[in-house]
Design a protein. Structure first.
Length: 410
């Protein structure tokens, strides 16, 4: 039986405003086994994930993204830009030279089905420059693809045949997403977001007048009305009226450079990533964003994926894969939370946390969800005198999960 211990944690709040608060590192780098560039990543389920990249590279994880092995194949040596699973069995990979690979067994085997694309693409004079940049499937049979040089494709038979709904030469379409069977969006170069309301038959354009960026790279939605789009210039745009209007979100500190990766993990939570090790998180459906600390600022992220709030991946250049730390997923252990004691509460100065499990660190959050201080265990007293009066939440990371306790500073 574990020995009952009381922990009194001390944080020296004086000097905080002079040196600034150190953000909590919530991401960890995992070993991918390659130094080649990844372009995209996708989960099949909570344990199985695939990442794709240059030179036909396909990597697989069977432990939720912790370790990776190469998928050996002779299907293509072209760069692969996107991987998307319509179901836990049916998935597609797209890339340069209008490459399309398909699996019907959850990624155990893959087949090159590029020949199924419409003749307007396969006979195009500059076929080698054509690229499939993104897929979105409503179910195993009904889906869409978009790509370089004005490609918009639709299938109703799981990719056995495709119909062309774009215009060659119309631009570089980077991302496609549907909020229902009829309404969908494409993020494009040239500050353009395209919208369809008839299942991809016809498209209308919305173009930003902002002068501080040039291209959209990805778009995703939280629900049928609220979505976000990311691009270069550190741009994140948001719509709350099903794409009728888009507004650039003001963020502090502002993202810089190109943002390529975007994944929505719940009705309110999403992550965006890009150059210089940037990962931003929203917990209010894109209205506000905070910068995550990944421990370095040299990574260049190209794609993101999730299998729920506890499983999030970011992939990019130099074979880098970062994984959201499981203890930082925000998933609480309700039994642990109920058994843990935090006193006195309310308090004006010190807090004691009594528990019989090993504590790794504590993060104090205000009512807006902002982390005001993080402390790793190296001192016996938690001094909260310098906190403003109000309600706070202690996120207590332990060997047996996350406990969340509310307290009042008065």
């Amino acid at each position: 039986m574990k020995t009952l211990r009381s922990f009194l944690f001390f944080v020296l709040m004086s000097g905080v405003f002079a040196v600034g608060l150190k953000a909590e590192v919530t991401w960890e780098k995992v070993t991918s086994g390659t130094t080649s560039r990844f372009w995209d990543v996708a989960y099949v389920n909570e344990m199985t994930a695939f990442a794709v990249g240059v030179g036909g590279m396909i990597m697989k994880s069977t432990d939720g993204g912790v370790s990776w092995t190469a998928v050996t194949h002779t299907l293509t040596t072209r760069d692969l830009y996107v991987i998307h699973f319509a179901t836990d069995q049916v998935g597609f990979i797209g890339g340069l030279s209008a490459t399309v690979l398909k699996t019907i067994d959850g990624g155990e085997t893959w087949t090159n089905v590029s020949a199924n694309l419409p003749e307007i693409i396969t006979t195009y004079a500059q076929y080698d420059t054509q690229a499939i940049n993104d897929f979105y499937f409503l179910d195993a049979n009904n889906g869409f693809a978009t790509g370089y040089n004005g490609i918009i494709l639709k299938t109703t038979d799981s990719g056995a045949t495709w119909t062309f709904h774009g215009a060659l030469g119309a631009g570089t379409f980077r991302s496609i997403f549907f909020v229902n069977a009829t309404t969908g969006f494409i993020a494009s170069h040239g500050k353009l977001i395209k919208k369809t309301e008839d299942g991809g038959q016809n498209w209308t354009n919305w173009t930003s007048t902002e002068t501080t960026f040039n291209h959209f790279f990805e778009t995703r939605f939280f629900n049928e009305t609220t979505g976000v789009a990311i691009g270069d210039g550190g741009s994140i745009f948001r719509t709350t009226d099903t794409g009728a209007n888009w507004t650039r979100v003001v963020i502090d500190p502002a993202p810089t450079g190109q943002l390529w990766g975007l994944t929505v993990v719940s009705a309110t939570t999403a992550y965006a990533s890009g150059q210089v090790g940037q990962i931003y998180k929203t917990t209010d459906a894109g209205a506000t964003w905070t910068k995550e600390d990944i421990g370095n600022n040299t990574s260049i992220f190209r794609g993101m994926a999730n299998a729920g709030e506890s499983k999030v991946l970011a992939v990019g250049d130099a074979g880098e894969i970062f994984k959201l730390k499981s203890s930082s997923s925000g998933l609480t252990n309700p039994i642990l939370s109920a058994s843990m004691q935090l006193y006195p509460n309310p308090t004006g100065d010190f807090l004691t946390i009594k528990t019989d499990v090993s504590i790794e660190k504590i993060a104090l959050l205000d009512v807006t969800g902002k982390t005001v201080v993080v402390h790793h265990i190296d001192a016996p007293v938690l001094n909260v005198k310098m906190l403003n009066n109000g309600i706070y939440f202690a996120h207590i990371y332990t060997s047996e999960g996350l406990a969340v306790k509310k307290f009042i500073k008065q």
